[in-house]
Design a protein around this ligand. Structure first.
Ligand SMILES: NC(=O)C1=CN([C@@H]2O[C@H](COP(=O)(O)OP(=O)(O)OC[C@H]3O[C@@H](n4cnc5c(N)ncnc54)[C@H](O)[C@@H]3O)[C@@H](O)[C@H]2O)[C@@H](O)CC1
Ligand SMILES: Nc1ncnc2c1ncn2[C@@H]1O[C@H](COP(=O)(O)OP(=O)(O)O)[C@@H](O)[C@H]1O
Ligand SMILES: [K+]
Length: 476
């Protein structure tokens, strides 16, 4: 599990760590780690042109000290100071001692690497005009764009960008990963995130949110034991698709089957199409009650929003079973929130932004807060889809997904996610963690499928077994 932290949490840990250290030690650790990552990215230092964008806080100090390390190794380092009289004095002295110099924005036109030390976790509001001008000049130049701690202009807490941000290819962050680096607009601005350990570990509080790793997911993927049978492995019920549009039923049922093949029951008007595609599923065209016993329901993809669909949804939500509420079912819940609000059994809502807006109002720039708001409003779990999918539980626990590819932006991939999630809801983890595991697996399946070129939703179902095998570490 990777913990995600707010700026205030990191500052608190820094204060506690500093209490036992000589002044400046944390900054030295940060700058040394930053220089090491830059050296790794460049491959060498000698003769390389490095430009530092230096604001007037400690973020600029980090850039100056790292620049000094690179200058000692033979790099030509130029610091562009936003406020020369307020630049970090010791950092600037160290850079000049090491052979670096100060200069103007024109140096960006020939840079090999640009270090963005304009502003870090001390930033407030949108980037100021002089900083924006420097960011534009850096982007126009040829240098590799590396952000110090946080790309300037990104809210470390939320990932919001009010105005413009430094579009980093890499971000070297200190002590802990900030939530804003992995979600929303901040995720796009941060590029690849490198975490430098500066010894904050023992001083960090419980994280603001969490990110699952492959290893966290692997523990939920144990193969069946000798004593297992098709029932003990989890029975998923799927209600999706329609006679005219069986596709959603086929994708969702296939995903549930492939994610955790114990037993999948299908109930709905796409029964013929589902039966033809998946002879392994037990299929009925009747109501959910006619399907037989299940341990979790997935309801909604492509089922329509008419009265018949509403009554099927109400029947499923009246049970005390876990339910994944997706797509058309979300539209129905938006019109009748009590269907979910009155439940006590686990319920996972899986909206994309437009569906979320119908249920809870606009998502806005703070996606983790939005998901928490929805979960609290209906007392359920919310999986808010996006390039970084967010899961929030009614108690405020939150996960930000780390896997996936923008190739997933294609029709039907959400139907697959719903089926995978239904499968994990029948097993060990509680609803929010099951949702986070499903999003992680879905993203990895997308990455694997995308290796073969542009993917369609059915490809995700096809690669699920190999995805799960890889995640278990059982595949070469
Ligand atoms: N506190 C510590 O112990 C450590 C801090 N470190 C560094 O220190 C940083 C935090 O330093 P500070 O607290 O000095 O704050 P920052 O350097 O992040 O930001 C403060 C400066 O940015 C300017 N600024 C704020 N908002 C702006 C905006 N919208 N546009 C343009 N300029 C803006 C302010 O005028 C101020 O000069 C971290 O991000 C990290 O890089 C590291 O050296 C590790 C140790
Ligand atoms: N740009 C993107 N990058 C990564 N994942 C994406 C992107 N766009 C969409 N996705 C993922 O693809 C899926 C799309 O689901 P959804 O919008 O419900 O589509 P559909 O209704 O067609 O099945 C979600 O899991 C979402 O997180
Ligand atoms: K920065």
């Amino acid at each position: 599990m990777t913990g995600l932290f707010t700026a205030a949490q990191v500052r608190g840990a820094e204060r506690a760590a500093m209490a036992g250290l000589r002044p400046g030690v944390l900054m030295q650790r940060a700058a040394t780690g930053l220089a090491a990552v830059c050296l790794g990215l460049l491959g060498r230092a000698h003769g390389v042109r490095v430009v530092l964008l230096v604001g007037s806080g400690d973020n600029g100090g980090d850039a100056l000290f790292a620049g000094a390390v690179l200058a000692v190794r033979g790099a030509q380092v130029t610091a562009v100071l936003l406020a020369p009289d307020r630049a970090h004095a010791d950092g600037l002295a160290a850079l000049l001692r090491a052979g670096g110099r100060t200069g103007g924005a024109e140096s960006l036109a020939r840079a090999d690497l640009v270090l963005d030390g304009i502003v870090g976790i001390g930033g407030t509001g949108g980037l100021r005009d002089d900083a924006v001008a420097l960011v534009h000049a850096a982007v126009a130049g040829p240098g590799l764009l590396v952000a110090v701690d946080v790309p300037s202009g990104v809210s470390a807490d939320t990932g919001e960008v009010a105005g413009e941000a430094f579009p980093a290819q890499h971000t070297v962050t200190f002590g802990a990963v900030k939530t804003g680096l992995v979600v929303g607009a901040g995720r796009g601005a941060a590029g690849t995130v490198h975490l430098v350990d500066i010894g904050l570990g023992p001083h960090l509080p419980a994280p603001d949110a969490e990110q699952l790793t492959d290893a966290d997911v692997a523990v939920h993927l144990d193969p069946p034991g000798a004593g297992d049978d098709k029932y003990s492995r989890g029975v998923v019920g799927v209600i999706a698709g329609s006679a005219t549009y069986p596709g959603a039923g086929v994708l969702c049922t296939g995903a549930a089957l492939r994610a955790r093949p114990g037993l999948v029951r299908y109930a709905g008007t796409a029964a013929e199409g589902v039966k033809a595609a998946w002879p392994e599923a037990l299929v009925t065209s009747g109501r959910p009650g006619a399907a037989g016993r299940v341990q979790a329901w997935v309801v909604g993809p492509g089922m329509g929003t008419d009265e018949a669909a509403r009554s099927v949804l109400a029947e499923v939500l009246a049970t005390d079973l876990p339910v994944v509420v997706d797509a058309d079912a979300l539209t129905l819940v938006a019109a009748q929130p009590g269907l979910v609000g009155d439940r006590t059994a686990p319920t996972v809502l899986t909206p994309h932004d437009r569906e979320f807006a119908r249920l809870f109002g606009e998502v806005g720039g703070d996606r983790v807060a939005a998901a928490r708001r929805g979960a609290a409003a209906l007392g359920c779990t919310v999986l808010l889809k996006g390039d970084a999918t967010v899961v929030a539980d009614r108690d405020g626990a939150a996960f930000v997904n780390a896997t996936g590819t923008s190739w997933l932006a294609t029709a039907g991939t959400g139907d697959v996610l719903a089926g995978v999630l239904g499968a994990f809801l029948t097993g060990g983890p509680a609803a929010a963690e099951a949702a986070a595991v499903a999003a992680h697996v879905h993203g990895r399946a997308g990455q694997l499928a995308a290796e073969q070129g542009p993917l369609i939703a059915g490809d995700l179902v096809r690669v699920l077994p190999r995805t799960l095998a890889r995640l278990r570490g059982a595949d070469g």
